[in-house]
Design a binder for this molecule. Structure first.
Ligand code: B12
Length: 209
């Protein structure tokens, strides 16, 4: 079944990120992206009339038929509030743990990955055993992510969203807008999104798209 799901996702640049059995029964399968494939597939199929939420609209268009073909329900990270707990699900589904700046760190992709949908199955699908990998942040003494933010938005008290967004929208925030979050870039793990994709996500975050 997992192979069948992966094959349906592949043409759209989407990955089966992991799956788990929630206590309430059934199976939750997480779908997401890492690497350049999602951006390539989305760029071919994007529609201007979907603005300002082009990626969300594309994700629905792609995932609803996939879910129907599999007899699953599909839910999305952008539905809410209240939001579906994608980060909690991700920690249960695959070897990711929070980085000091909040985004979940993947042992291979670093901070450069995201979740796009979850397929909810009523059945308890057989799943391969989960082999936990070491969390890269545990052996990262320097924690360059914490020092890289130009407005020190990441503190012991949490993430200062207002300071981050104001900076990204300002003239001084040009590097964050064009390259993507500098704290994520400071992470030594994983390969950053291409500038065009990074700029797209930052514009959406800053309300500039
Ligand atoms: C609201 C939201 C935001 C808000 C507020 C975020 C905030 N930190 O306060 C804004 C708009 C500011 C935002 C910004 C960004 N976001 Co955001 N956001 C969300 C959204 C839609 C809902 C989060 C939520 O409230 N969930 C509800 C709770 C109940 O869910 P939960 O999974 O149980 O939450 C648990 C985890 O979050 C965990 N947790 C989170 N951080 C930490 C840190 C520590 C130390 C620990 C122990 C636990 C922990 O604890 C929570 C309680 O159990 C999610 C999508 C989703 N549905 O989850 C994306 C999501 C979290 N965002 C994501 C991203 C990538 C970003 C940005 C980097 C986007 C960008 N600019 O490129 C930025 C920066 C975020 C940052 N550095 O923290 C990704 C994270 C992927 C990942 N690798 O982890 C998500 C999952 C969306 C996705 N499509 O994948 N975001």
């Amino acid at each position: 079944m997992l192979d069948a799901i992966s094959s349906l996702l592949h043409p759209h640049g989407l990955l089966l990120r992991g799956a788990f059995h929630p206590p309430e029964g059934g199976t939750i399968v997480l779908v997401g992206n890492a690497g350049p494939a999602l951006w390539q597939a989305f760029s071919r199929a994007r529609r201007a009339e979907d603005r300002p939420h082009e990626l969300d609209a594309w994700t629905r268009r792609v995932m609803e038929p996939v879910a129907a073909a599999l007899g699953a329900r599909v839910v999305f990270p952008f539905e809410g509030p209240p939001y579906h707990p994608f980060q909690r699900w991700a920690m249960a589904a695959e070897g990711v743990q929070p980085s000091p700046v909040g985004v979940l760190l993947h042992p291979q992709y670093g901070p450069w990955h995201a979740y796009r949908a979850a397929l909810l199955f009523e059945d308890r699908l057989p799943l391969p055993e989960h082999r936990p990998a070491p969390h890269p942040c545990d052996s990262c003494a320097a924690k360059p992510c914490l020092a890289a933010c130009p407005v020190s938005a990441f503190t012991a008290e949490g993430y200062d969203v207002a300071a981050c967004r104001a900076h990204v929208r300002s003239e001084a925030g040009a590097a964050c807008r064009s390259r993507g979050c500098l704290a994520r870039h400071a992470c030594p793990v994983g390969e950053a999104y291409a500038p065009e994709q990074a700029a797209f996500h930052m514009a959406a975050f800053a309300g500039l798209s």
